[in-house]
Design a protein around this ligand. Structure first.
Ligand SMILES: C[S@@+](CC[C@H](N)C(=O)[O-])C[C@H]1O[C@@H](n2cnc3c(N)ncnc32)[C@H](O)[C@@H]1O
Length: 317
């Protein structure tokens, strides 16, 4: 059973540990982890309950260097590391992880979402960077068949040359259904997954940075196999661990905040292996359920250019 464990020295699996991830990572056996997903604080002054998200830039980079070295050490030689990071430090962290720590960057994915905070004198932020790093240029897990999407040939052009197995998504992953038909194709590198909005059933409601299970599901399915070990150094709301458990992976998480760690433990206790991931599997043709069970259809009484007919086809109820 999952539980928050305090002050432990032996690292049990399938646990969230309430502790500093730098210490926690150092206690993992060297070369033991298959996949690390890290969504650290972005150093933008975000309000967490314990962590102060406003360090001097050099302090933030030094701190990143420390936990980053811990990730590198804990990963198997064939291991994979996914990093979620905002604009402010994306460029510096890419260089740090590549040049200083020795990771190889396979893809720089953009996760595009909407409902970002509206700004008056600049454009609203609508993306997060997802870096796909590996330790070695060969031998890492990449289960492409697990995450293929229908190609434009199949979806738009009814082209008989379309591969029935689909193709790999492009490296921009988009989250807003109404924009996708016009702006992005599903086989591109914009990942098309909605942010976990306040009204969504998926929303845990007590952590402002909750990542969608569909984003984590794609990362975990492509970069690990069932039964393998996944580590999240920055537990937050626990989405990585919940998704790992649903997908039959082993997991270890760290989280500084006692309150978040306890809530993650509860979320994990309520999660069963094999349960479906929350959110739209294919947001181009389905919309996520809200807590009240509302769908796109209840918002738009008739198809419009912004909400074309195909969006109504598979809307979940
Ligand atoms: C951006 S949030 C992670 C959100 C998470 N990906 C999710 O889907 O909910 C970053 C989290 O890291 C935690 N944190 C900050 N410093 C930490 C440290 N040194 N060790 C462990 N956790 C830390 C914060 O308390 C915060 O909950």
């Amino acid at each position: 059973m999952a539980s928050a464990t305090f002050g432990v020295t032996v690292m049990d699996e399938n646990h969230i540990y309430q502790r500093d991830c730098i210490e926690g990572l150092a206690e993992l056996p060297e070369g033991s982890v298959d996949l690390v997903f890290a969504d650290p604080p972005f150093n933008i002054g975000y309000k967490y309950d314990v962590y102060e998200d406003k360090k001097a830039a050099d302090d933030y980079l030094n701190w990143t260097r420390q936990w980053g070295a811990g990730v590198y050490r804990a990963l198997k030689p064939t291991g994979t590391f996914w990093l979620a990071i905002g604009d402010d430090f994306a460029a510096e962290l890419k260089i740090l992880f590549q040049r200083e720590l020795g990771f190889i960057c396979r893809s720089w994915v953009l996760w595009y979402y909407t409902f970002g905070v509206h700004c008056k004198f600049k454009f609203a932020r609508s993306h997060t960077h997802l870096f796909h790093f590996v330790k070695a240029a060969a031998g890492f897990t990449f289960n492409d068949a697990e995450i293929r999407v229908p190609s434009a040939r199949a979806l738009v052009y009814a082209d008989s040359r379309a591969d029935p197995a689909g193709r790999l998504p492009d490296d921009t992953w988009i989250l807003r259904p109404q924009d996708a038909p016009q702006a992005f194709k599903p086989d591109e590198d914009v990942w098309y997954v909605p942010r976990v909005c306040g009204t969504f059933k998926e929303r845990a409601g007590w952590h402002g940075c909750q990542m969608p299970e569909q984003i984590l599901g794609r990362i975990i399915r492509v970069s690990s196999n069932p039964g393998e070990l996944i580590v999240d150094p920055f537990g937050g709301s626990g989405s990585t661990l919940v998704t790992a458990k649903k997908l039959g992976r082993r997991y270890i998480g760290f989280e500084l905040s006692p309150e978040y760690a306890a809530r993650i433990a509860t979320r994990l206790d309520e999660t069963r292996t094999g349960e479906p991931l929350l959110g739209s599997v294919e947001p181009l043709t389905s919309a996520p359920s809200t807590r009240d069970g509302k769908t796109i259809r209840t918002k738009h009484t008739a198809p419009t250019e912004a909400a074309p007919p195909e969006l109504f086809a598979n809307a979940e109820s």
